[in-house]
Ligand binder design. Structure first.
Ligand code: NAP
Length: 304
């Protein structure tokens, strides 16, 4: 039986793995695919992680992974289906039919891209509709691209695409952007980004590939069709927690209710990173969570 099973290998999971290894816990990190980093690998350039300014998300993820391995962390590829509470602790059930016994679990599965849910989005996915500008932006070099959203991701994506594309529409449903002021300033200073406030994408159009979007001005109801070769959807994230639904630790949006110490409402169940209820979801805060959560795990194990 493990002391703890860390589910997820983004910055929170990898940080927890380092701290668990240093605490000499019998731990394993379960990761869905044999690639660490979580959502950060899709970030072109990370400018706000202390001391490592300008690295790509992928480079940072590889550095985190190497650090965890060097500290002695163990990894296993596994898609977690469910977690069941038992007398002794928990059983982690995987899609492959494995049953892993553990005294505690650390949920660090982060969050994934939210969809717009408009006609054409699913039909034209990977044919111009994308959730990752740094992965797919290069396919639209010297073309017109659209970014949907007004948060940090949308602004970073618009800036990244502005360096590749002829023009970028930034379509946002409100008149003010949510993203940080520095990114906003850069966006407004970039000539080939056109900000379309108070607009909602109603439809993504095209035969076999994205050709246009229908947008509505939500102040006037006026509709227009804009030519675009790609739509990058950056409208936020949803937590990856379906596997933990039966534990009774989730809020109505699916986030694990847990404070900075990572303790959930159920003893032995902990959360770290974007998956937990928190105000600021950043690589830096996820890494901090990983450290704090293992402290809580140790306290829990000592009290058993
Ligand atoms: P976010 O901050 O939640 O922003 C989502 C944006 O999408 C908001 O502007 C929201 O509009 C809009 N939106 C949500 N649902 C929509 C819908 N159905 N239709 C149209 N628009 C919709 O998400 P995020 O930008 O992905 O950022 C997530 C977290 O990662 C944040 O904490 C962010 O700071 C962090 N992050 C940081 C960096 C960085 O530091 N370099 C880069 C990327 C992400 P409203 O504004 O109207 O709600």
């Amino acid at each position: 039986m493990y002391d703890t099973i860390i589910i997820g290998s983004g910055p929170a999971g990898l940080s927890a793995a380092v701290y668990a290894a240093r605490a000499r816990l019998d731990a394993v990190v379960l990761e869905k695919a044999a690639m660490s980093g979580g959502q950060m690998v899709f970030t072109d350039q990370v400018d706000n992680y202390l001391g490592l300014n300008g690295k790509s998300g992928f480079e940072l993820a590889m550095a985190f992974r190497e650090h965890a391995e060097a500290a002695g962390a163990t990894f296993q590829e596994a898609d977690v289906k469910e977690i069941q509470k038992t007398e002794e602790g928990f059983v982690v059930l995987t899609e492959a039919g494995e049953q892993l016994q553990t005294k505690t679990v650390v949920l660090a599965t982060g969050a994934i891209h939210r969809h717009l849910g408009v006609p054409g989005e699913a039909e034209l996915a990977a044919r111009g509709v994308s959730y990752c500008a740094t992965c797919d932006g290069a396919f639209f070099r010297n073309r017109i691209a659209t970014v949907a959203g007004g948060g940090d991701t949308a602004l970073s994506d618009a800036l990244y695409l502005s360096r590749l594309c002829e023009k970028v529409y930034l379509v946002h449903r409100r008149d003010t952007l949510r993203g940080n002021k520095e990114l906003q300033e850069k966006v407004f200073q970039t000539e080939n980004i056109e900000f379309l406030p108070c607009r909602e994408i109603k439809e993504i159009q095209g035969e076999g590939k994205v050709e246009a979007i229908k947008v509505v001005d939500n102040r006037t109801g006026a509709e227009e069709v804009l030519e675009t070769a790609a739509v990058f959807i950056a409208v936020g994230m949803e937590p990856v927690t379906a596997y933990a639904a039966s534990l009774g630790v989730l809020d109505e949006q699916g986030y694990v209710i847990a404070g900075e110490d990572g303790k959930s409402q159920v003893e032995g169940v902990f959360a770290a990173g974007d998956v937990r209820t928190k105000a600021v979801r950043q690589i830096a805060t996820a890494v901090g969570d990983g450290a704090a959560v293992i402290q809580s795990v140790e306290t829990c194990l000592q009290g058993r």
